[in-house]
Design a protein around this ligand. Structure first.
Ligand code: 4AD
Ligand code: MG
Length: 479
């Protein structure tokens, strides 16, 4: 008999047919009811055993965490909680799980702390919460590829090992095969990277944008979707040292086009998850609702998880410039009462407390901030006519803060060269980038979406470590 996935069986297999399912036992109650899960859905299938027909020794091995195969007739269920169940005719244990050891793991069916679950990242997939999170993570990735494919973008693979620091923030992981104890030195006594694998200093990429621009200036519209590495030592609930970023880049786009694309794209993902992840979303919605009850009233979400996603899908994002935002912040209650930890004045980088105020208190919706001071943004952003600001944009989401960063790019060679000098970006390192401005340079724009931050938003997870299978953070690279 051909094995069927539990999702398919529960989703409408014929009643009174024999089925074969395989999966992991979640529980075995009263020597009679097996709850079996195979990862295809958050729902378990109930399998009913008539213990008199089975060897006692065999049934003893049917324990939480063990892997089994079941054949039997699919029937309408007598009990509440499920429409159908399997009357077990044949049962095989494929992989045992020692109950004493299972006790010590996250498979033990009870509430575990998120920290404990992280320590057992190899087993947390077996829990309902992480099953739901990683099925949704997959759906978001698929939705992203589908959106771009349906809209005529090409998926461009940009290098992971690179010699440039696209964001100019110096937060790079070096890639080297030199012996750290005995590196070759040059005449000045410095490490001689000419002797290294690539004959120069290279690092893991912080962004595929610069290469994506090269593609966009011929293919018209491209996107990247790959791992990104930042050695910023920020141990926060929103930062990873290794995260995934999506970077579309479009020729002949200005900043307004870029904002329109971002908004449509984020709404598409929200809708996709609502339409395709109902079971997992309902579980996470319920889970969050229970957790919210433990919290003081003023820390609770105003909307449920599902309603927050619907809100993003159905409402216009608020758009305002950095300069306007500074005015709003300086006129706000927390500013006037001295409640902000960091000062607000034109020219400073906004802190997360300021961003959260704008999104969660002032506008209560996603916000697109644009036209930031040139000094606090990257060298490649297009200079505005005021000479002070650049055509940058950040999208801020409730509960997350910055989820997207993007800009119109500087397409004028003379200005770009001046920016390189101002920002200490050596021209010889990115000569290839500058060359595109010599041959048919055109206005173009793009943005970067932090994949994990988007997954946080649609799952309601509050720590970024819980939406990536194996998080990389300072002092932590287990698994
Ligand atoms: O704002 P960022 O640094 O922008 C860029 O890298 C541009 N090259 C994008 C572009 O225009 N093509 O990063 C983009 C997004 C952020 O808004 C955030 O969502 C996410 O990437 N991000 C991180 N996510 C997790 N951990 C980190 N350490 C992150 N740093 C940035
Ligand atoms: Mg940014």
């Amino acid at each position: 008999m051909k094995r069927q996935k539990i999702a398919a069986v529960l989703g409408g297999a014929d009643i009174n047919q024999d089925v074969l399912v395989k999966g992991w036992v979640r529980s075995f109650r009263a020597n009679r009811f097996i709850a079996l899960n195979d990862g295809s859905t958050i729902k378990n299938i109930q399998a009913v055993v008539d213990f008199e027909n089975f060897d006692e020794a065999l049934l003893k091995r049917v324990t939480t965490g063990s892997a089994i195969a079941i054949t039997g007739k699919l029937v309408e269920s007598q009990g509440a909680g499920q429409a159908v169940e399997i009357q077990v005719e044949n049962l095989e244990v494929i992989g045992d799980a020692n109950p004493d050891e299972v006790q010590k793991t996250v498979m033990q069916p009870k509430k575990h702390s998120m920290e404990f679950l992280r320590e057992q990242a190899h087993l947390r997939f077996r829990t309902n919460t992480f099953g739901a999170v990683f099925r949704i993570r997959h759906a978001v990735a698929y939705a992203i590829h589908k959106y771009f494919n349906d809209n005529g973008f090409y998926y461009l693979h940009t290098p992971i090992i690179t010699g440039s620091d696209a964001e100019g923030a110096g937060e790079m992981f070096r890639v080297s095969i030199l012996d750290p104890k005995n590196p070759p030195l040059n005449d000045d006594g410095e490490v001689d990277f000419k002797e290294d694998f690539f004959g120069k200093q290279v690092n893991l990429t912080v962004s595929g944008q610069l290469e994506a621009e090269l593609g966009a200036l011929a293919l018209g519209q491209v996107y990247t979707f790959g791992p990104t590495f930042r050695a910023e030592n920020s141990n926060t609930s929103r930062h990873l040292a290794e995260f995934w970023m999506i970077e579309p880049e479009v020729a002949f786009y200005d900043l307004k086009d870029n904002m329109d694309l971002t908004e449509e794209f984020l709404k598409y993902i929200a809708n996709y998850v609502l339409e395709n992840c109902a079971d997992d979303l309902e579980f996470l919605n319920e889970r969050e609702a229970k957790e919210q009850q433990q919290k003081p009233q003023n820390e609770r979400h105003e909307l449920s998880l599902i309603d927050r996603i619907k809100f993003v899908a159905n409402n216009e994002f608020k758009r305002l410039t950095y300069t306007e935002a500074i005015d709003v912040l300086r006129n706000s209650k927390p500013y006037k009462k001295g409640k902000f930890e960091y000062d607000v004045e034109w020219g400073v980088d906004l802190q997360s407390e300021h961003e959260r105020y704008l999104v969660e208190k002032e506008y209560k919706c996603p916000v697109i901030l644009s036209d930031y001071p040139a000094e606090i943004k990257a060298f490649y952003m297009r200079q505005n006519d005021d000479g002070k600001t650049v055509a940058a944009m950040d999208v801020l989401f409730p509960g997350i803060g910055e989820i997207v960063g993007g800009s119109q790019r500087e397409e004028r060679l003379d200005i770009l060269k001046k920016k390189c000098a101002d920002f200490d970006v050596p021209e010889e390192e990115i000569w290839w980038y500058l060359e595109t401005r010599k041959f048919g340079s055109v206005p173009h724009a793009g943005f970067g979406l932090g994949f994990e931050r988007m997954v946080m938003f649609v799952t309601g997870m509050t720590n970024i470590r819980d939406v990536i299978p194996f998080p990389r953070t300072p002092q932590n690279a287990e698994f």
